[in-house]
Design a protein around this ligand. Sequence first.
Ligand code: ASP
Length: 346
Amino acid sequence: MKDATPSVLLIYTGGTIGMIANPETGALENFNFAHLLKHVPELKRFNYRISSHPFDPPIDSSDMEPLHWARLAGIIAEHYEMYDGFVILHGTDTMAYTASALSFMLENLSKPVILTGSQLPIGTLRTDGKENLITAIEIAAAKNSDGTATVPEVCIFFENHLMRGNRTTKINAENFNAFRSFNYPVLAKAGIHIKYEPNLIRKADGKKPLIAHRLFDTSVVILTLFPGIEERIVTSVLHVPGLKAVVLKTFGSGNAPQKEWFIRQLKEATERGIVIVNITQCTSGGVEMERYETGMHLLEAGVISGYDSTPECAVTKLMFLLGHGLTNKEIRQKMNSSLAGEITKR
Ligand code: ASP
Protein backbone atom coordinates (compact mmCIF):
# COMPACT_ATOMS: atom_id res chain seq x y z
CA MET A 1 0.00 0.00 0.00
CA LYS A 2 1.46 3.38 -1.01
CA ASP A 3 1.78 6.01 1.75
CA ALA A 4 1.49 9.79 1.27
CA THR A 5 5.25 10.42 1.20
CA PRO A 6 6.22 11.65 -2.29
CA SER A 7 8.00 8.87 -4.11
CA VAL A 8 10.30 8.89 -7.10
CA LEU A 9 12.04 6.10 -8.97
CA LEU A 10 15.43 7.13 -10.28
CA ILE A 11 16.46 5.14 -13.33
CA TYR A 12 20.14 5.47 -14.14
CA THR A 13 21.09 4.55 -17.70
CA GLY A 14 24.57 6.15 -17.86
CA GLY A 15 25.98 9.26 -19.52
CA THR A 16 28.38 11.97 -18.43
CA ILE A 17 26.50 12.61 -15.19
CA GLY A 18 27.82 9.35 -13.75
CA MET A 19 31.17 9.19 -15.54
CA ILE A 20 34.65 9.48 -14.12
CA ALA A 21 37.95 10.31 -15.84
CA ASN A 22 40.22 7.36 -16.57
CA PRO A 23 43.48 8.32 -14.78
CA GLU A 24 45.61 6.96 -17.63
CA THR A 25 43.85 8.28 -20.73
CA GLY A 26 41.81 11.14 -19.27
CA ALA A 27 38.77 9.87 -21.22
CA LEU A 28 35.42 9.85 -19.43
CA GLU A 29 34.16 6.36 -18.66
CA ASN A 30 30.98 5.06 -17.11
CA PHE A 31 30.99 4.53 -13.40
CA ASN A 32 28.50 2.83 -11.17
CA PHE A 33 25.42 4.31 -9.59
CA ALA A 34 26.72 4.16 -6.02
CA HIS A 35 29.51 6.52 -7.07
CA LEU A 36 26.97 8.96 -8.43
CA LEU A 37 24.84 8.90 -5.29
CA LYS A 38 27.91 9.44 -3.10
CA HIS A 39 28.32 12.84 -4.74
CA VAL A 40 24.76 13.96 -4.07
CA PRO A 41 24.29 13.68 -0.32
CA GLU A 42 21.51 16.26 -0.75
CA LEU A 43 19.24 13.43 -1.89
CA LYS A 44 18.99 12.32 1.73
CA ARG A 45 17.53 15.72 2.65
CA PHE A 46 14.50 15.18 0.44
CA ASN A 47 11.49 14.14 2.42
CA TYR A 48 10.77 11.68 -0.35
CA ARG A 49 11.02 7.99 -0.83
CA ILE A 50 13.63 7.76 -3.58
CA SER A 51 14.59 4.37 -4.98
CA SER A 52 16.95 3.61 -7.79
CA HIS A 53 17.09 1.26 -10.72
CA PRO A 54 20.49 1.36 -12.44
CA PHE A 55 21.34 -0.12 -15.81
CA ASP A 56 24.12 -2.63 -15.32
CA PRO A 57 26.42 -1.80 -16.99
CA PRO A 58 25.52 1.86 -17.55
CA ILE A 59 25.81 2.96 -21.18
CA ASP A 60 26.95 6.01 -23.07
CA SER A 61 23.81 7.30 -24.74
CA SER A 62 25.44 6.87 -28.16
CA ASP A 63 24.79 3.17 -27.59
CA MET A 64 21.06 3.63 -26.86
CA GLU A 65 18.79 1.53 -29.04
CA PRO A 66 15.09 0.69 -29.19
CA LEU A 67 15.72 -2.32 -26.95
CA HIS A 68 16.88 0.07 -24.20
CA TRP A 69 13.80 2.22 -24.74
CA ALA A 70 11.71 -0.93 -24.32
CA ARG A 71 13.60 -1.71 -21.12
CA LEU A 72 12.87 1.79 -19.80
CA ALA A 73 9.17 1.54 -20.67
CA GLY A 74 9.10 -1.87 -18.97
CA ILE A 75 10.70 -0.55 -15.76
CA ILE A 76 8.22 2.33 -15.64
CA ALA A 77 5.23 0.05 -16.27
CA GLU A 78 6.39 -2.43 -13.66
CA HIS A 79 6.77 0.27 -10.97
CA TYR A 80 4.00 2.56 -12.15
CA GLU A 81 1.64 2.17 -9.20
CA MET A 82 4.43 2.38 -6.61
CA TYR A 83 5.79 5.84 -7.45
CA ASP A 84 4.51 9.36 -8.04
CA GLY A 85 7.04 10.02 -10.75
CA PHE A 86 10.14 8.83 -12.58
CA VAL A 87 13.50 10.45 -13.26
CA ILE A 88 15.71 8.97 -15.95
CA LEU A 89 19.39 9.85 -15.82
CA HIS A 90 20.60 9.64 -19.39
CA GLY A 91 23.52 10.78 -21.53
CA THR A 92 22.75 14.03 -23.27
CA ASP A 93 23.76 12.94 -26.79
CA THR A 94 20.64 10.93 -27.59
CA MET A 95 18.38 12.05 -24.76
CA ALA A 96 15.98 13.77 -27.17
CA TYR A 97 15.50 10.50 -29.10
CA THR A 98 14.74 8.53 -25.94
CA ALA A 99 12.36 11.21 -24.68
CA SER A 100 10.54 11.25 -28.04
CA ALA A 101 10.31 7.46 -28.17
CA LEU A 102 8.99 7.20 -24.60
CA SER A 103 6.34 9.84 -25.28
CA PHE A 104 4.83 7.47 -27.86
CA MET A 105 5.47 4.26 -25.92
CA LEU A 106 3.80 5.32 -22.67
CA GLU A 107 0.15 5.57 -23.72
CA ASN A 108 -2.20 7.19 -21.17
CA LEU A 109 0.73 8.39 -19.07
CA SER A 110 -0.56 10.32 -16.07
CA LYS A 111 2.68 10.62 -14.08
CA PRO A 112 5.87 12.60 -14.75
CA VAL A 113 8.77 10.94 -16.57
CA ILE A 114 11.63 13.43 -16.41
CA LEU A 115 14.89 12.83 -18.27
CA THR A 116 17.99 14.68 -17.22
CA GLY A 117 21.77 14.39 -17.28
CA SER A 118 24.70 16.76 -17.29
CA GLN A 119 27.54 18.20 -19.31
CA LEU A 120 30.07 17.68 -16.49
CA PRO A 121 30.29 14.53 -14.34
CA ILE A 122 28.64 14.80 -10.97
CA GLY A 123 31.96 14.26 -9.21
CA THR A 124 33.50 17.44 -10.66
CA LEU A 125 33.47 20.73 -8.78
CA ARG A 126 31.51 22.79 -11.32
CA THR A 127 29.10 20.03 -12.27
CA ASP A 128 25.67 20.95 -13.59
CA GLY A 129 24.48 17.45 -12.69
CA LYS A 130 23.46 18.14 -9.10
CA GLU A 131 21.07 20.98 -9.92
CA ASN A 132 19.60 19.06 -12.81
CA LEU A 133 19.07 15.92 -10.74
CA ILE A 134 17.67 17.61 -7.64
CA THR A 135 15.19 19.77 -9.53
CA ALA A 136 14.17 16.87 -11.80
CA ILE A 137 13.29 14.86 -8.70
CA GLU A 138 11.23 17.73 -7.31
CA ILE A 139 9.34 18.06 -10.61
CA ALA A 140 8.74 14.30 -10.77
CA ALA A 141 7.10 14.42 -7.35
CA ALA A 142 5.11 17.66 -7.87
CA LYS A 143 1.34 17.42 -7.48
CA ASN A 144 -1.61 19.72 -8.08
CA SER A 145 -3.96 20.55 -5.20
CA ASP A 146 -6.29 17.75 -6.35
CA GLY A 147 -3.52 15.18 -6.03
CA THR A 148 -2.87 14.73 -9.74
CA ALA A 149 0.65 15.06 -11.16
CA THR A 150 1.67 18.60 -12.12
CA VAL A 151 3.52 17.40 -15.21
CA PRO A 152 2.00 14.14 -16.45
CA GLU A 153 4.21 13.80 -19.51
CA VAL A 154 7.67 12.79 -20.74
CA CYS A 155 9.98 15.79 -20.36
CA ILE A 156 13.60 16.81 -20.44
CA PHE A 157 14.78 19.01 -17.60
CA PHE A 158 18.08 20.75 -18.24
CA GLU A 159 19.68 23.94 -16.96
CA ASN A 160 16.54 25.30 -15.31
CA HIS A 161 14.20 24.55 -18.20
CA LEU A 162 11.53 21.88 -18.32
CA MET A 163 10.71 20.99 -21.92
CA ARG A 164 8.33 18.56 -23.59
CA GLY A 165 10.59 15.63 -24.44
CA ASN A 166 9.43 15.12 -28.00
CA ARG A 167 9.97 18.83 -28.80
CA THR A 168 13.54 18.94 -27.56
CA THR A 169 16.86 18.94 -29.40
CA LYS A 170 20.43 18.95 -28.13
CA ILE A 171 21.94 22.15 -29.50
CA ASN A 172 25.21 22.60 -27.68
CA ALA A 173 28.10 20.24 -26.99
CA GLU A 174 29.81 22.67 -24.64
CA ASN A 175 27.39 24.88 -22.68
CA PHE A 176 25.34 23.81 -19.69
CA ASN A 177 22.34 25.18 -21.56
CA ALA A 178 22.44 22.25 -23.97
CA PHE A 179 18.80 21.69 -24.97
CA ARG A 180 16.12 23.74 -26.67
CA SER A 181 12.49 23.31 -27.51
CA PHE A 182 12.27 25.58 -30.54
CA ASN A 183 8.69 24.99 -31.56
CA TYR A 184 6.95 24.70 -28.22
CA PRO A 185 7.32 26.93 -25.14
CA VAL A 186 9.02 25.58 -22.01
CA LEU A 187 6.68 23.89 -19.54
CA ALA A 188 8.38 25.27 -16.44
CA LYS A 189 11.35 27.40 -15.40
CA ALA A 190 13.29 26.77 -12.23
CA GLY A 191 14.49 29.81 -10.34
CA ILE A 192 13.83 30.51 -6.68
CA HIS A 193 10.54 28.75 -7.37
CA ILE A 194 9.66 26.28 -10.06
CA LYS A 195 7.19 28.19 -12.19
CA TYR A 196 4.94 25.80 -14.10
CA GLU A 197 2.87 26.72 -17.15
CA PRO A 198 -0.32 24.71 -16.59
CA ASN A 199 -1.87 25.82 -19.88
CA LEU A 200 1.01 24.36 -21.85
CA ILE A 201 1.26 21.06 -19.99
CA ARG A 202 -0.70 18.11 -21.40
CA LYS A 203 -3.80 17.04 -19.52
CA ALA A 204 -3.87 13.41 -18.51
CA ASP A 205 -6.78 11.09 -17.94
CA GLY A 206 -5.67 9.24 -14.81
CA LYS A 207 -8.56 6.78 -15.14
CA LYS A 208 -7.11 5.16 -18.20
CA PRO A 209 -4.51 2.49 -17.48
CA LEU A 210 -0.93 2.97 -18.65
CA ILE A 211 -0.13 0.94 -21.75
CA ALA A 212 3.59 0.44 -22.34
CA HIS A 213 4.31 -0.22 -26.01
CA ARG A 214 7.70 -1.69 -26.80
CA LEU A 215 7.87 -2.44 -30.51
CA PHE A 216 9.92 -0.60 -33.11
CA ASP A 217 10.88 -1.18 -36.71
CA THR A 218 14.14 0.51 -37.60
CA SER A 219 13.82 0.28 -41.41
CA VAL A 220 14.09 4.05 -41.67
CA VAL A 221 16.59 6.64 -42.81
CA ILE A 222 17.10 10.40 -42.40
CA LEU A 223 18.06 12.00 -45.71
CA THR A 224 19.36 15.58 -45.50
CA LEU A 225 19.21 17.56 -48.74
CA PHE A 226 22.00 19.92 -49.80
CA PRO A 227 22.65 21.86 -53.00
CA GLY A 228 24.39 19.48 -55.40
CA ILE A 229 23.02 16.24 -53.95
CA GLU A 230 23.50 13.58 -56.64
CA GLU A 231 20.89 11.42 -58.28
CA ARG A 232 22.90 8.21 -57.71
CA ILE A 233 23.03 8.92 -53.98
CA VAL A 234 19.29 9.63 -53.64
CA THR A 235 18.44 6.65 -55.86
CA SER A 236 20.60 4.31 -53.86
CA VAL A 237 19.18 5.47 -50.50
CA LEU A 238 15.61 5.08 -51.71
CA HIS A 239 16.35 1.57 -53.02
CA VAL A 240 17.89 0.18 -49.83
CA PRO A 241 16.26 -3.27 -49.55
CA GLY A 242 13.51 -3.30 -46.92
CA LEU A 243 13.46 0.48 -46.47
CA LYS A 244 10.04 1.53 -45.17
CA ALA A 245 10.25 5.21 -44.30
CA VAL A 246 12.36 8.30 -44.90
CA VAL A 247 12.64 11.50 -42.91
CA LEU A 248 13.48 14.03 -45.63
CA LYS A 249 15.20 17.12 -44.22
CA THR A 250 14.35 19.81 -46.72
CA PHE A 251 15.16 23.51 -47.05
CA GLY A 252 13.24 26.32 -45.32
CA SER A 253 9.52 25.74 -45.08
CA GLY A 254 9.76 22.33 -46.76
CA ASN A 255 11.33 23.02 -50.14
CA ALA A 256 13.43 20.75 -52.32
CA PRO A 257 15.06 20.77 -55.78
CA GLN A 258 12.56 20.71 -58.64
CA LYS A 259 14.71 18.50 -60.87
CA GLU A 260 12.71 15.93 -62.76
CA TRP A 261 14.80 12.97 -61.51
CA PHE A 262 14.41 14.02 -57.89
CA ILE A 263 10.63 14.29 -57.91
CA ARG A 264 10.38 11.07 -59.95
CA GLN A 265 12.54 9.15 -57.44
CA LEU A 266 10.38 10.33 -54.55
CA LYS A 267 7.15 9.55 -56.40
CA GLU A 268 8.31 6.05 -57.32
CA ALA A 269 9.40 5.46 -53.71
CA THR A 270 6.01 6.50 -52.29
CA GLU A 271 4.34 4.28 -54.92
CA ARG A 272 6.47 1.38 -53.65
CA GLY A 273 4.91 2.04 -50.19
CA ILE A 274 7.78 3.97 -48.61
CA VAL A 275 6.50 6.71 -46.29
CA ILE A 276 8.40 9.96 -46.88
CA VAL A 277 8.03 12.66 -44.24
CA ASN A 278 9.10 16.21 -44.93
CA ILE A 279 10.69 18.18 -42.09
CA THR A 280 12.76 21.33 -42.28
CA GLN A 281 16.51 21.59 -41.79
CA CYS A 282 15.89 24.82 -39.90
CA THR A 283 16.02 24.45 -36.15
CA SER A 284 12.89 26.53 -35.70
CA GLY A 285 9.57 26.64 -37.60
CA GLY A 286 7.88 23.98 -39.66
CA VAL A 287 6.97 22.71 -43.08
CA GLU A 288 4.27 24.30 -45.25
CA MET A 289 4.37 22.43 -48.52
CA GLU A 290 1.58 24.50 -50.07
CA ARG A 291 3.60 27.70 -49.71
CA TYR A 292 6.02 27.41 -52.66
CA GLU A 293 5.90 25.58 -55.94
CA THR A 294 8.92 23.53 -54.88
CA GLY A 295 6.97 22.20 -51.90
CA MET A 296 3.88 21.53 -54.04
CA HIS A 297 5.93 19.15 -56.21
CA LEU A 298 6.74 17.13 -53.10
CA LEU A 299 3.07 16.93 -52.15
CA GLU A 300 2.26 15.68 -55.64
CA ALA A 301 4.96 13.02 -55.25
CA GLY A 302 3.14 11.67 -52.19
CA VAL A 303 5.48 13.16 -49.57
CA ILE A 304 3.70 13.97 -46.29
CA SER A 305 4.27 16.88 -43.98
CA GLY A 306 6.15 16.44 -40.72
CA TYR A 307 4.92 19.91 -39.67
CA ASP A 308 7.24 21.38 -37.02
CA SER A 309 8.59 18.04 -35.82
CA THR A 310 12.17 17.70 -34.63
CA PRO A 311 14.22 15.09 -36.54
CA GLU A 312 14.54 13.05 -33.33
CA CYS A 313 10.78 12.96 -32.97
CA ALA A 314 9.99 12.26 -36.65
CA VAL A 315 12.34 9.29 -36.84
CA THR A 316 11.27 7.71 -33.54
CA LYS A 317 7.59 8.22 -34.35
CA LEU A 318 8.05 6.45 -37.68
CA MET A 319 9.95 3.56 -36.06
CA PHE A 320 7.21 3.30 -33.43
CA LEU A 321 4.34 3.28 -35.95
CA LEU A 322 6.13 0.85 -38.28
CA GLY A 323 6.83 -1.41 -35.31
CA HIS A 324 3.13 -1.75 -34.66
CA GLY A 325 2.40 -3.18 -38.06
CA LEU A 326 0.15 -0.35 -39.21
CA THR A 327 -0.77 -0.04 -42.85
CA ASN A 328 0.78 2.63 -45.02
CA LYS A 329 -2.49 4.59 -44.86
CA GLU A 330 -2.66 4.36 -41.06
CA ILE A 331 0.95 5.49 -40.70
CA ARG A 332 0.33 8.47 -42.97
CA GLN A 333 -2.76 9.38 -40.93
CA LYS A 334 -0.94 9.12 -37.61
CA MET A 335 2.04 11.12 -38.88
CA ASN A 336 -0.57 13.73 -39.72
CA SER A 337 -1.88 13.91 -36.17
CA SER A 338 -0.39 14.75 -32.83
CA LEU A 339 -0.14 11.64 -30.65
CA ALA A 340 1.74 13.16 -27.70
CA GLY A 341 1.86 16.89 -28.39
CA GLU A 342 4.79 16.46 -30.78
CA ILE A 343 3.57 18.62 -33.68
CA THR A 344 1.63 21.85 -34.13
CA LYS A 345 -0.94 21.75 -36.89
CA ARG A 346 -1.95 25.16 -38.11
N1 ASP B 1 28.49 10.88 -24.44
C1 ASP B 1 27.65 11.23 -23.32
C2 ASP B 1 26.34 10.48 -23.48
O1 ASP B 1 25.48 10.96 -24.18
C3 ASP B 1 27.45 12.70 -23.28
C4 ASP B 1 26.63 13.19 -22.12
O2 ASP B 1 26.11 12.48 -21.32
O3 ASP B 1 26.50 14.42 -22.02
O4 ASP B 1 26.17 9.45 -22.92
